[in-house]
Design a protein around this ligand. Structure first.
Ligand SMILES: Cc1ncc(C[n+]2csc(CCOP(=O)(O)OP(=O)(O)O)c2C)c(N)n1
Length: 442
């Protein structure tokens, strides 16, 4: 861990509910962030779990709880693997050492576990659709409060996220999507999303002007309509001067704020307050560093994405024995040498499925399609139809996404695709959302 004298303080153990952080000043909140990181590294080194993603959203989580009031306001964590700071701030710090153990805390959000976990998660790219539904129900029933979806740039490669954006964007409901952009899925992110977000990150000048402008507007009491309209016109002009084209999210119906530094608490709090004041769908783009604040996780965020026990000081781990994925990867390399029709497909799980060496040796025949399991199967069927021999390496639980594609796009026309199904069976620590028990039935 990075050394910090403020890590000596103890705010965390006094937090019984998120209300307790409301009165903390910025300096105290920063110390709290150090404590959260320390507790996560200590615990995950013993229980295993998702480390890098959680270290990256510490300031974001603190800022969210500073600005909003759960459970009246609701946070929907996409995938949910980054919810540890949220758990620690919502009355679960004393049980945190039971993380991922039988009878202990789940590694993912679980409404059964806490009223602060608004929605179940585990599989990727669902948060915007869920938040769309939660926000719609709030506006229909006039129950008040704000719904905030937190989604990573990796999860944004999944098609369901676009179904969510498209519907939430036209809903006109009060809804905030926080895009946690660290440039990484488990490994480096791929495709259009990665390119578009990199372009947005490269133009940071607009956000401050926009936030200062909205605070200015809201600070003027009873502002008259003609003056307000004049100012809004001016705002559009400034915006046009600064941006030559709008972001994809604006085209989808969202007000776009960003990019913000996701480790600057003051900026995050200001950004979230600005988003909260808007009575419509808003996308807040936040740039974070995966693994932030822990040297070994920051250097190798992919290695410490999902990790088993390790040494808390050095990050070193026992070498793991060869498993299905390792042997599968070796066999794939051997077979690919003999048969040039063989292609490998992964849905953002190159490391977990053992395809790293295959990708190094046969990069033209290795396809990381992003978190897009449906696409992976139909893409494989297309490859097979034109005589390639595709092997889709996938965890059993995530193959559930592709049930329809297996039936309609591959099986009906008898395409020769190979499904290399990993992590089948009861999975233990990852819990109910990750069981690999339905593939036999389908
Ligand atoms: C449908 C589905 N496929 C694959 C996964 C495995 N998985 C868990 S987290 C993750 C990467 C998510 O990246 P991002 O959303 O950017 O979050 P980060 O970890 O970078 O914070 C993947 C592929 C999953 N949870 N769900």
């Amino acid at each position: 861990m990075n050394k910090s004298k403020s890590a000596q303080t103890n705010y965390l153990d006094k937090i019984e509910s998120p209300q307790n952080i409301k009165s903390l000043k910025i300096g105290e909140l920063k110390s709290l962030c150090d404590e959260l990181r320390k507790r996560m590294v200590q615990t995950v080194s013993k229980t295993g779990g998702h480390l890098s993603s959680n270290l990256g959203v510490v300031e974001l989580t603190v800022a969210l709880h500073k600005v909003f009031d759960t459970p009246h306001d609701q946070f929907v964590w996409d995938v949910g693997h980054q919810c540890y700071a949220h758990k620690l701030l919502t009355g679960r710090a004393s049980r945190f050492s039971t993380l991922r153990k039988e009878g202990g805390l789940s590694g993912f959000p679980s409404p059964k576990e806490s009223e602060h976990d608004s929605f179940v998660a585990g599989h990727s790219s669902t948060s915007i659709s869920a938040a769309n539904g939660l926000a719609k129900a709030k506006s229909l029933l006039k129950s008040g409060g704000t719904v905030v979806a937190v989604i990573g740039d990796g999860a944004l490669t999944g098609g369901l996220a676009y179904e969510g954006l498209s519907n939430a964007g036209r809903s006109k409901d009060k809804l905030i999507v926080v895009l946690n952009d660290n440039g990484m899925s488990i490994s480096r992110n791929v495709g259009f999303v990665a390119r578009h977000l990199a372009a947005l990150r490269a133009r940071p000048r607009y956000v401050r002007a926009k936030m200062n402008f909205s605070s200015m507007l809201s600070a003027i009491p009873l502002i008259g309509t003609p003056i307000r309209n004049g100012l809004l016109h001016l705002k559009t002009k400034i915006k046009k001067m600064m941006y030559s084209r709008s972001s994809f999210f604006e085209e989808m119906g969202f007000n776009y704020i960003g990019p913000l530094d996701g480790h600057d608490l003051e900026d995050l709090i200001r950004g979230l307050q600005a988003a909260k004041r808007m009575d419509r769908p808003v996308l807040l783009h936040v740039a974070t560093v995966k693994g932030k604040g822990c040297d070994f996780a920051e250097k190798n965020p992919d290695v410490y994405h999902g990790v088993s026990c390790f040494d808390e000081q050095t990050g070193s781990r026992e070498p793991s024995p060869d498993c299905f994925s390792t042997v599968f990867g070796q066999e794939m390399c051997l077979l690919a040498e003999q048969d040039e029709r063989i292609c490998a497909i992964t849905a953002a799980m190159k490391d977990g499925t053992g395809l790293v060496e295959f990708d190094r040796r046969y990069s033209k025949r290795c396809f990381d399609v992003g978190i897009a399991e449906e696409h992976a199967v139909t893409f494989a069927a297309g490859l097979a139809h034109n005589d390639a021999l595709p092997v889709f390496a996938v965890y059993s639980t995530f193959l559930q996404r592709s049930y329809d594609q297996i039936l309609n796009d591959a099986a009906i026309s008898n395409e020769h695709i190979i499904l290399a199904i990993d992590r089948a069976g009861i999975v233990g620590e990852d819990g109910e959302t990750h069981q690999g028990i339905f593939d036999v039935a389908f």
